[in-house]
Structure formats: structure tokens, C-alpha cells
Design a protein around this ligand. Structure first.
Ligand code: HEC
Ligand code: HEC
Ligand code: HEC
Length: 428
């Protein structure tokens, strides 16, 4: 909490600076002429362009945020939780009044590339434009063509529900000056075409950084720690470090393990659950094999990590009680040796979801159970029952500490207070 409060005071200062600057920012950019509009609209109807845009919008997982539960696709309304309050995703169907029907490609490019709304207003970075800025113009055009081809849905946008001072949109002018630099992905000539494709997808449209990177008190990503793992604060999950090198969160994962996880939701090393299950279901399972291999090639090139915490972690006091619970409640599926059953139950020994620094994912997994995504590659995945009703906070802490400190695992213990907090974190 202290961190957030400190953040508020910093923001008040930034807000004052931002307001000063805002006065000098030129207003609405010029409108295209009717002739320009017509030419643009003819170009956008090219079916090949629309089809490519559909694929790219899937890579970008645009529908996941821009669709309310049970709502019409892309019509907006889903509220994205942040530590500062909820920001609903707007309607991006081509409805003239409530969607992007009147937007030109330049308007759309400014949103994706610069994070600015149609009237030049700064957008909240919960819209992942800090990553989407790396998308090139040709791909942006294809996505725009696809969005324009959707059925128009009339559904007015809701206003964000943010606490002061975050509710003052202009405060973002200062945030952006500090933390956001627009720029299309620049290929690295010393690397292979496959590596560059993977980097473009991971850093850009796939926006993997947005979850897998630590954020500061003002919600900005730590540039030096890209993909090194981070908490998703308002949702109560931890997205682990994605390095496959020694010390990395995915140490020892082969390129095939990564491809399997992204394509089927399951791999020899672990299964996707929580927010990652949604990412696999809505987005990565639909990527073509060449793109999946490119992503794996790029992730395999991430550097080795030096462990931040001391390697000698304190032994949890409740290991004996935890071991007993494990034998009774878990070993039938995950095995007394924590090795799981290949293709059915994930191993817990050496599993990044078990050993990630915070213990959040193991606690959430035990409380909520695990539901791997059903994918074309794995249509009927096994699931894990929730234990929230059967186990007390102390029991959950004990069994989680047991799996974090058994076999080859040496992770710091969790407290029953952590379990209590996570028990009350709403499930999105
Ligand atoms: C993590 C959730 C998330 C994802 C993924 C996402 N968006 Fe958004 N988007 C938002 C939110 C929230 C806003 C509203 C931001 C605000 O109010 O400042 C937004 C705003 C926008 C806007 C501005 C609309 C307006 O009316 O001002 C456009 C255009 C847009 N998104 C397009 C896309 C496209 C295209 C993709 C996929 C490539 C995408 N979004 C992916 C959450 C998301
Ligand atoms: C909405 C947040 C979010 C986004 C976006 C996201 N991830 Fe994840 N990811 C998570 C969380 C949370 C976990 C931990 C749960 C789990 O292991 O499934 C995770 C786990 C993983 C794992 C390890 C799975 C395991 O079994 O240990 C891999 C690999 C991964 N993500 C790759 C990616 C890639 C590649 C992208 C971009 C294409 C991406 N993620 C985008 C949240 C996200
Ligand atoms: C009925 C079989 C079953 C039982 C009993 C069971 N699990 Fe699981 N567990 C699974 C399956 C299947 C998954 C994968 C689900 C998913 O990916 O969403 C899983 C996933 C997990 C994960 C996340 C790992 C990953 O990579 O997805 C953890 C941590 C975990 N279980 C711990 C436990 C603990 C601790 C217990 C006992 C309290 C337990 N499980 C009991 C079947 C079981």
C-alpha cells in the first residue's frame, strides 16, 4: 500500500506539470477530405487484407479486452481492473456513433502507435499501446480493415471508474513523457529472420511484456527487466520470468515445450491456467506454426538470470503438516515424487508456477482449482478441483510451502495472511 500512496504524490506533481504542458498541445488533428475517405475505404475492402487483419487481431488478442462477458465481439464494455480503478474497453466495431465508424486509418494509427484517442486525448496504458506501438503500418492497416469489416454494434462506451488523481486523463501527458516512447519495431540485422519475427510478435502485437514484466508504483514497466516476470496486481496472479536459460523462470524448457504450451495449453513442463489459459484459448493456439516457432526462438535467446533472492531460503515451519496434506489431497494426481503424469497431470517439481518468487500462482491454483484451456490440440484437458471450501488459510499455506520446498524446489515460504488476501481477490 505504501508504494501506491507514494505513487499518488508523485502523480499529483506530474499532474501539475502535465496540465501546464497540455495547454500547449495542439487540439484535434485535421479531418481527411471526403475524396480521401472514399479512396481509403475502397482499399480497406480487399478480402486478403481483411483476412490478414483477422489473424493479426487474434495475435493481438484485441477481442479478449474489447468484448464484455456474453457481449457482442469487439463492442466493448469489459472493465479492465487496475490498481487505480477500472477502465472499460471501448466499442471498436464500425458503428458510426458509438464505435470507430467515423475513424480514418490515421486516427486508428494514432491510437495504436501513439496511444491517443480520436480527439488527441491520451489513452490509459491498460490498452497495451506501450507494446502495440511496435506494430508496423502495414499490419495496423490490415487490423483496421478487419475491424471495419465487422458488423456495427450500437453500444455506447462507459466512462472509467478511477480514483483521483488517476481519473484526470490529462495526467497521462506527464506519465507518457516519462514512460512511453512511440516507435515501430526495428529489426536486429545481426539476428536471424526467425528471431526478428519472434521479437516483433512478443514485444509488439503479442504484448507478452504487459503481464510478464514488473511494473512500478505508477504502473510503468521496468524496461531493464523485460519478460523477467511480474505481478498482475489487481488480479492476484504472477506472470513468471520467460527466460529458458540457467536461473530463468523457464530454465530447461525446449523450444518444443514453449510451442506445445502456446498451441495446446499443455507441455511436458507445465500447463496454462488463470490469465494464461485465456491467452492460449483466445490467441496463441490460433498462431501458425512458423510464428509459434519464431516466438520460441526469441524466448530461448533471453539472457540467463541471476536469482534476486538468496538461494538459501528459510525452511517453512509447517512442512510436516503440508507433507501430510499433500499425501492425502494431491499425490493421487501429481505423484508423491511431484513428477505428475505426462500429458495428464503437470509435474510440480521444477514447475515455474510453483516456484515463482511470490507463491501467488500456487496459492490461487489450490484455492480456485485449475482449468487448462480446451484447444484444438488438446480438446478435453484434465482439470484440478478447487480446494477453497475444504482447506483453511493455514492448510493452503502448509501444502503450498510443501510443494515449494520439496524435490528440487527451493522457493521462499508463503504466509497464511497471503492466502487470506488471495482468497478475497476477485476472479475476473
Ligand atoms: C489488455 C486489454 C486490451 C487489449 C489487449 C486491447 N485493448 Fe484496445 N483498449 C483497451 C482499453 C481499456 C481502452 C480504453 C483506454 C482509455 O479509455 O483510455 C482501449 C482503447 C482502444 C482504442 C481507442 C478507442 C476509442 O474509442 O478511443 C482502440 C482503437 C483500440 N483500443 C484498439 C485495440 C486493438 C486494435 C487491439 C488489438 C491489437 C486492442 N485494442 C487490444 C484495452 C485493450
Ligand atoms: C494477461 C496476462 C498475460 C499475457 C498477455 C501473457 N501471459 Fe504468459 N502467463 C501469464 C500468467 C499469469 C502465467 C502463470 C500461469 C501459468 O503458468 O499458466 C503465465 C505463464 C506463461 C508461461 C509458462 C507456463 C507454465 O506452465 O509455466 C509461458 C511460456 C508464457 N506465459 C508465455 C507467454 C507468451 C509467449 C505471451 C505473449 C504471446 C504471454 N505469455 C502473454 C499471464 C500472461
Ligand atoms: C484430480 C487431480 C488433481 C488433484 C487432486 C490435484 N491436482 Fe493440481 N492439477 C491437476 C491438473 C489437471 C492441473 C492442470 C490444470 C490447469 O492447467 O489448469 C493441476 C495444476 C496444478 C498446479 C499448477 C501447475 C501448472 O503448471 O498448471 C498446481 C500448483 C497444483 N496443481 C497443485 C496441487 C496441489 C497442491 C494439490 C493438492 C492440494 C493438487 N494440485 C491436487 C490435477 C490435480
Amino acid at each position: 500500500m505504501r508504494r501506491w500512496r507514494h505513487g499518488i504524490w508523485t502523480l499529483v506533481l506530474l499532474l501539475a506539470l502535465g496540465l501546464g504542458w497540455w495547454l500547449f498541445v495542439p487540439g484535434r488533428l485535421h479531418e481527411p477530405t471526403p475524396a480521401q475517405r472514399e479512396a481509403e475505404s475502397a482499399q480497406l475492402h480487399d478480402p486478403a487484407l481483411v483476412a490478414r487483419g483477422a489473424y493479426l487481431a487474434t495475435v493481438g488478442d484485441c477481442a479478449a479486452c474489447h468484448t464484455a462477458r456474453g457481449g457482442r465481439p469487439y463492442a466493448g464494455g469489459r472493465a479492465l481492473p487496475t490498481p487505480f480503478g477500472d477502465v472499460p474497453a471501448p466499442n471498436i466495431t464500425p458503428d458510426a456513433e458509438t464505435g470507430i465508424g467515423q475513424w480514418s486509418f490515421e486516427d486508428f494509427w494514432r491510437a495504436l502507435h501513439e496511444g491517443l484517442g480520436r480527439h488527441g486525448e491520451p489513452l490509459y496504458p491498460v490498452f497495451s499501446y506501450t507494446s502495440f506501438t511496435k506494430v508496423n503500418r502495414e499490419d495496423a492497416q490490415a487490423i483496421f480493415a478487419y475491424l471495419k469489416s465487422l458488423p456495427a454494434v450500437r453500444q455506447p462506451d462507459r466512462a472509467p471508474e478511477l480514483a483521483f488523481p488517476y481519473s484526470v486523463r490529462q495526467g497521462l501527458v506527464a506519465w507518457r513523457a516519462l514512460y512511453f516512447k512511440p516507435g515501430v519495431f526495428q529489426p536486429d540485422a545481426s539476428r536471424s529472420a526467425e528471431w526478428n519475427r519472434g521479437a516483433y510478435l512478443v514485444q509488439g502485437l503479442g504484448h507478452c511484456n504487459e503481464c510478464h514484466t514488473t511494473r512500478n508504483a505508477l504502473g510503468a514497466m521496468d524496461e531493464k527487466q523485460r519478460l523477467a516476470g511480474g505481478e498482475i496486481p489487481a488480479q492476484g496472479w504472477y506472470a513468471p520470468d520467460l527466460s529458458t536459460q540457467p536461473g530463468g523462470g523457464l530454465a530447461g524448457w525446449s523450444a518444443q515445450d514453449i510451442v506445445d504450451l502456446l498451441k495446446t495449453g499443455q507441455s511436458a513442463r507445465g500447463t496454462a491456467f488463470g490469465p494464461m489459459a485465456d491467452v492460449v484459448r483466445n490467441s496463441t493456439q490460433h498462431l501458425d506454426d512458423a510464428d509459434l516457432r519464431a516466438v520460441a526462438t526469441y524466448l530461448q535467446s533471453l539472457p540467463p538470470r541471476t536469482p534476486a533472492a538468496p538461494v538459501e531460503v528459510a525452511r517453512a515451519a509447517d512442512l510436516e503438516a503440508g507433507g501430510k496434506l499433500y499425501g492425502e489431497r494431491c499425490a493421487d494426481c501429481h505423484g508423491q515424487d511431484g513428477k505428475g503424469v505426462a500429458g495428464v497431470y503437470p509435474p510440480l517439481d521444477g514447475n515455474s508456477s510453483v516456484t515463482e518468487p511470490t507463491g501467488t500462482n500456487a496459492v490461487r491454483g489450490v484455492l480456485l482449482g485449475g482449468f487448462a484451456p480446451a484447444t484444438a490440440g488438446n480438446p478435453e484437458p484434465y482439470s484440478m478441483p478447487p480446494f477453497a471450501q475444504q482447506l483453511s488459510d493455514e492448510d493452503v499455506a502448509a501444502v503450498v510451502n510443501y510443494i515449494r520446498q520439496s524435490w528440487g524446489n527451493h522457493a521462499a515460504p508463503v504466509l497464511s495472511a497471503d492466502v487470506s488476501r488471495l482468497r478475497h481477490t476477485p476472479v475476473d
